[in-house]
Design a protein around this ligand. Structure first.
Ligand code: MG
Length: 203
């Protein structure tokens, strides 16, 4: 399986990192070794002084497809969950400054914790899904799919031109504003609406 991730998909997050607003989705990949499941602890790597949390809605692909049209995109994912796109911001800033790829900053071991998934049929309106992240019981990030620059259908149409989607692939759909550093001992809890789907510690 592969993890496809979208960057710069929420305007206020683009502003907080002083990035440019993209005219097409910004896409990167993480390998399967980035996955962290079952609320396993995240071990803070020693190659970074500034690991940021980015809470994101995650789509689970249920069917193989490429060149998927926007109007049919909903047929290709059947579950929605929550994940953290951990980012070594200090390494990423260095890569960006040199115009180099970001993989070491985004795709390292354990950089993609995922929680439980919910069936798409649980959601009344995919354009109005609320989600948030608490750290040590304090609200740090909250988002709503209505604030995305590129919605689920647009993302799937775009990424499936380049990468054949396969059953079991995951798509991280971008983070809202409020990203920040995690520290050893932090307790992260992620919610879609009022359902807690993600619950783990940084060690
Ligand atoms: Mg992200």
């Amino acid at each position: 399986m592969k993890i496809i991730a979208i960057g710069r998909n929420y305007a206020e997050h683009i502003e907080e990192l002083k990035n440019e607003r993209p005219s097409a989705p910004v896409v990167f990949l993480k390998p399967d070794t980035a996955l962290l499941k079952n609320n396993a602890s995240f071990y803070h790597p020693d190659f970074s002084e500034n690991i940021h949390h980015e809470v994101e809605l995650v789509l689970k692909v249920c069917k193989e497809g490429k060149y998927i049209q926007n109007q049919f995109a909903y047929r290709y994912f059947d579950e929605i969950g929550l994940g953290i796109d951990f980012t070594a911001r200090d390494l990423q800033d260095k890569c960006k400054a040199k115009g180099l790829p970001w993989e070491i900053a985004k795709a390292f071991n354990g950089s993609a914790p995922i929680g439980d998934f919910l069936p798409v049929s649980d959601f009344k309106d995919l354009k109005d899904i609320n989600f948030h992240l608490n750290i040590n019981g304090e609200l740090r990030q909250k988002g709503n799919t209505g604030m995305m620059l590129f919605d689920f259908g647009t993302i799937i149409e775009y990424v499936s031109k380049f990468f054949t989607l396969k059953k079991g692939d995951l798509i991280f759909t971008g983070t809202p504003a409020g990203v920040g550093k995690v520290n050893i001992g932090d307790h992260l809890e992620g919610y879609i609406e009022d359902k807690k789907l993600l619950n783990f510690e940084v060690k």
